[in-house]
Design a protein around this ligand. Structure first.
Ligand SMILES: C[S@@+](CC[C@H](N)C(=O)[O-])C[C@H]1O[C@@H](n2cnc3c(N)ncnc32)[C@H](O)[C@@H]1O
Length: 412
């Protein structure tokens, strides 16, 4: 398998293993609920018990250390991880400051300068920053968990290759395209960008089937013209796209119950076997039109059954469904009660809620912890609380933010 080479890779390759465990320190004055420490798990090391609360957590600090501190309690337990790391656009002011024991990286560490467009090693630094963090996130992810990473075209191609290497190519789920704005920016010299990526991987093939809740809009196409007691339905064609020659086992005569006529399709097979057709007749699932005058039958698909099954997610999230960056900004202005934000480009809660919905559809659970180790303004927590309010769920969140605004923006 092709792998991605970058400066520093050999030095950070196993860095996640050497990062020391440091216990989390609880600041009771900032805790909404202060809970007596839960008993340790049988093989949990008391010297690095990370937390004395099982409630929502906001951790102020570098996520490399925070993720390591979470491992003893949360390894293999997180079903949904969402991260939104710096995109490495060259003007975000992020600094590479992992104290890795190698001359090259010690130089990066002591430089302590923002990674900007002039920095010829900016992609190497970004990859060195992400590598150990993705390893730790993988350890935290449950076997039936899903990790989502927001990114744009600056690093999307590198990120995919790195995630293939760390999480396994076979665990790639989707490169979800999110339409993050409606309009076009005429300040752009070449192309105006309307979409970002959310790269999704599973931890293992314990995730083998994903269904999400149906969008209310899809239900509008259902109706009940024959007052079927089973409720609204839509019909689908009974005619197979394959010809009779190709599918001779699906060729037989069907009876129109209104005219008692025996009907054969002239060229094509039916979609279902004769025995399934007989069951459809018994179950009154064939639709011949309101007066029985359709040429061929159609199959009734009931809304109640579709709701139970859910729908497969798609890899395109349009702004109408997932919101835009502008929507995220407006939401944050409301939360902070200010229009002069010191935080740029927060994600809209609808985007995160949709991603959490996919993780729920993958694991079949909706009472899990959502981890966001690049928390920013705390959109992930906002989405979790909204979803709980909506459906009475018991989801929790763990957020990590290194900047001082962890208290003033993330936690608010
Ligand atoms: C792109 S923003 C996330 C925005 C967030 N999704 C939102 O909707 O507000 C990235 C955040 O990660 C934080 N960050 C960057 N490096 C970090 C690190 N090593 N540890 C913890 N947080 C980090 C930054 O301070 C910034 O707030």
């Amino acid at each position: 398998m092709p792998t991605l080479e970058f400066k520093g890779k050999q030095h950070i390759y196993a860095h996640h293993l050497t990062v020391p465990y440091r216990p989390l320190e609880i600041d009771a004055t900032k805790s909404y609920t202060y809970i007596i420490p839960p008993p340790l798990e049988p093989n949990e090391d008391s010297s690095c018990n990370p937390t004395n609360t099982d409630d929502n957590l906001i951790i102020h600090g570098d996520n490399l250390h925070a993720l390591k501190a979470l491992l003893p309690r949360y390894a293999n337990r997180i079903k949904c991880i969402y991260i939104d790391p710096p995109y490495n656009t060259g003007n975000e002011n992020w600094v590479y400051n992992d104290n890795v024991n190698s001359p090259l990286m010690q130089q990066w560490f002591t430089e302590n300068t923002p990674v900007d467009n002039e920095d010829l090693e900016r992609h190497d630094k970004w990859l060195c920053m992400m590598w150990p963090r993705l390893h730790l996130l993988k350890e935290l992810l449950a076997d039936d968990g899903v990790i989502f990473v927001s990114i744009d075209d600056n690093e999307q191609h590198h990120l995919r290759m790195m995630m293939d290497e760390i999480l396994g190519k076979e665990n790639f789920l989707a490169d979800i395209i999110w339409q993050h704005r409606y309009g076009r920016s005429n300040n752009a010299k070449l192309f105006s960008n309307q979409r970002e990526h959310v790269i999704a991987y599973r931890k293992s093939d314990a995730v083998s089937h994903i269904r999400v809740k149906r969008d209310e809009k899809l239900n509008e196409t259902y109706s009940n013209p024959d007052d079927d007691p089973r409720g609204s339905w839509v019909s689908s064609s009974y005619v197979n796209p394959a010809t009779k020659e190709k599918r001779p086992n699906l060729v037989y005569a069907v009876i129109n119950p209104h005219t008692r006529e025996s009907i054969n399709h002239p060229t094509h097979a039916w979609k279902y076997s004769r025995s399934t057709y007989e069951n459809h007749v018994k179950d009154d699932r064939l639709w011949w039109g309101i007066d029985g005058n359709l040429r061929y039958p159609r199959l009734k698909n009931f809304l109640s059954e579709s709701e139970e099954k859910g729908i497969v997610p798609i890899d395109l999230m349009l702004a109408d469904v997932a919101g835009t960056t502008d929507e995220g900004t407006k939401q944050l202005q409301v939360v902070l009660q200010s229009t002069a934000l010191e935080f740029n480009n927060p994600k809209p809660t609808r985007l995160i809620a949709n991603l959490i919905g996919i993780a729920e559809g993958a694991s079949g659970k909706n009472d899990f912890i959502v981890l966001d180790s690049f928390a920013g303004s705390g959109t992930t927590a906002h989405a979790v609380l909204d979803l709980n309010k909506e459906d009475g769920g018991n989801r929790k969140f763990i957020l990590i933010e290194c900047e001082d605004y962890a208290d003033t923006i993330t936690a608010v």
